[in-house]
Design a protein around this ligand. Structure first.
Ligand SMILES: [Fe+2]
Ligand SMILES: [Fe+2]
Length: 487
């Protein structure tokens, strides 16, 4: 769904930024006398004039990966996430921390066309910010850019005082701050799950407030930066396998449920369901799957009944009745196929809940791409996607799988691509509307055997890069944690 069609009500900051984003995109394709281009220039001018009518200039600031318009943080609605991420990247590539549009009643179409042209071209110069600033004179003097390490706000305020004490000065490493927060949310999630399970094992009462907080923070991160958010799902940890699995399934389920159209409350509920879906994997389960023999008898029953064990533990949690009730069906269903085969065996004829179908897709993807004691090697992300497409219909819901494939693309985030140039590349997450080719960067092998992040690639071929994908490898088999390079 395009942002225009979404029907969301947008704030002035969203409208302005979105119009600037559209201009930047369209100027690459069309001449300035093109009708569509002229319409978008007019829309941007109208949005600026509308904002200036409040008596204030429009000063955008990018701080720690978040956009502010003057002092107000812009909270992006889901349909604007792509704009927010793309504009954040656009600013960073030009060392821009802010862009201020001073009130000017004589802005011409030509000035806007020149501005967008300069903004786009700036990236090609070794000092993009300095080059851009040198171009913004005469009829563009009303546009004031600020650099990442400037300590002064575009509006002239002090870094310490703007926003009634809130520090909104722009510092470098905005993206790395968001990455740090993402890692922190994830490791907090691991700690919360570890503590929750330990207390359950000890027969103690356990509340879910902290787990709820983790889910809310995950949802906030998703609305902030979808690319970074999905990168969390590439974390793999052998030692903490059940907890990382629970976190990854929560990350993927929330994103998939968002794509399905869940409300914020629904996303929170499903996030908790995903965190708790394998609570029944207790010591007996681990002992059974660790045996080298084929599973049978008691061990097989232990493994197949773990969803029932999860239900029993959810019932014991100190949480609201209705919330717990909403968790039981999806958790009980997460190993049942659409045809109701799978486990635990059931005589039911009622179809699976939507939550159960979403959970099953996220669960299978993470399981297929992770090490498991009973399997020689995990599948590569693209192989897992292919396998899920093959088993959809019988086992997985085909519509949910289709949405999942749309979300992850054929080369999901964290894939190691083998290129025809004999180079290896690592993929980042694809954002809605970006097409099948994920952003990627090459992996450089250092002399000491370590691997580091190389230059960015455009695998779509649009920028003339001729390199093509010939296959992919499982990162674990190659000894890499994609998250180390993405987060
Ligand atoms: Fe399970
Ligand atoms: Fe699971």
């Amino acid at each position: 769904m395009s942002e225009k069609e979404s029907g969301d009500k947008h704030s002035p900051g969203e409208v302005l930024l979105h119009n600037l984003f559209r201009l930047i995109q369209v100027v690459k394709i069309h001449q300035s006398n093109n009708r569509l281009f002229a319409d978008i220039v007019a829309a941007f001018k109208a949005a600026l004039a509308g904002y200036w009518a409040t008596g204030r200039p429009a000063a955008f600031i990018l701080y720690r990966g978040r956009f502010f318009l003057n002092d107000e943080r812009i909270v992006f609605s889901p349909s604007m996430w792509t704009t927010s991420v793309k504009m954040s990247e656009f600013f960073q590539e030009r060392s821009l921390s802010g862009l201020k549009f001073e009130i000017n009643e004589e802005v011409t179409d030509q000035a806007i066309v020149s501005l967008v042209d300069f903004l786009n071209k700036a990236k090609r110069f070794p000092e993009p910010f300095e080059w851009l600033r040198s171009q913004l004179s005469e009829d563009l003097a009303w546009v004031v850019p600020t650099k990442e390490d400037d300590s002064t706000l575009p509006g002239g305020g002090s870094s310490q005082t703007a926003g009634g004490g809130r520090q909104v000065a722009v510092r470098p490493e905005a993206q790395s701050e968001l990455k740090r927060q993402a890692r922190q949310i994830y490791s907090q999630g691991l700690t919360v799950m570890r503590t929750l399970v330990t207390r359950l094992d000890e027969g103690k009462k356990v509340g879910i407030q902290k787990a709820k907080r983790v889910v809310q923070e995950l949802i906030d991160l998703m609305s902030e930066d979808m690319r970074l958010y999905l990168a969390l799902s590439t974390i793999r940890d052998h030692g903490d396998q059940i907890f990382t699995h629970s976190l990854n399934v929560a990350v993927l389920s929330i994103a998939l449920a968002w794509k399905v159209g869940y409300s914020k409350v629904g996303l929170e509920q499903l996030g908790l369901i995903a965190l708790f879906h394998d609570l029944g994997k207790t010591g007996d389960f681990l002992a059974a799957v660790d045996k080298p023999d084929t599973l049978e008898g008691h061990d097989l029953a232990v493994v197949q009944n773990h969803p029932l064990g999860s239900i029993a533990r959810i019932i014991r949690l100190n949480a609201g009745y209705n919330l717990k009730l909403s968790m039981l069906h999806p958790v009980g269903e997460h190993h049942l196929g659409l045809d109701l085969t799978g486990y635990p065996k059931t005589k039911r004829t009622r179809p699976l809940t939507l939550g159960g179908r979403i959970l099953a897709v996220a669960d299978q993807y993470d399981a297929m791409t992770s090490w498991r004691p009973w399997r020689a090697e995990p599948l590569s992300p693209s192989m897992a996607i292919q396998t899920m497409v093959e088993i959809s219909g019988r086992s997985l819901d085909p519509l949910v799988v289709r949405l999942f494939v749309e979300m992850m693309g054929p080369w999901p985030v964290g894939s190691i691509l083998v290129l025809d140039s004999r180079e290896l590349a690592l993929t980042e997450a694809v954002l809605p509307g970006e097409g099948p080719y994920p952003p990627a960067f090459t992996l450089l092998k250092n002399e000491d055997g370590t691997v580091s992040r190389g230059p960015k690639l455009d695998l779509s071929g649009a920028s003339g890069d001729k390199r093509r994908i010939v296959g992919d490898l499982n990162p674990a088999a190659y000894g890499l944690q994609p998250a180390d390079y993405l987060l």
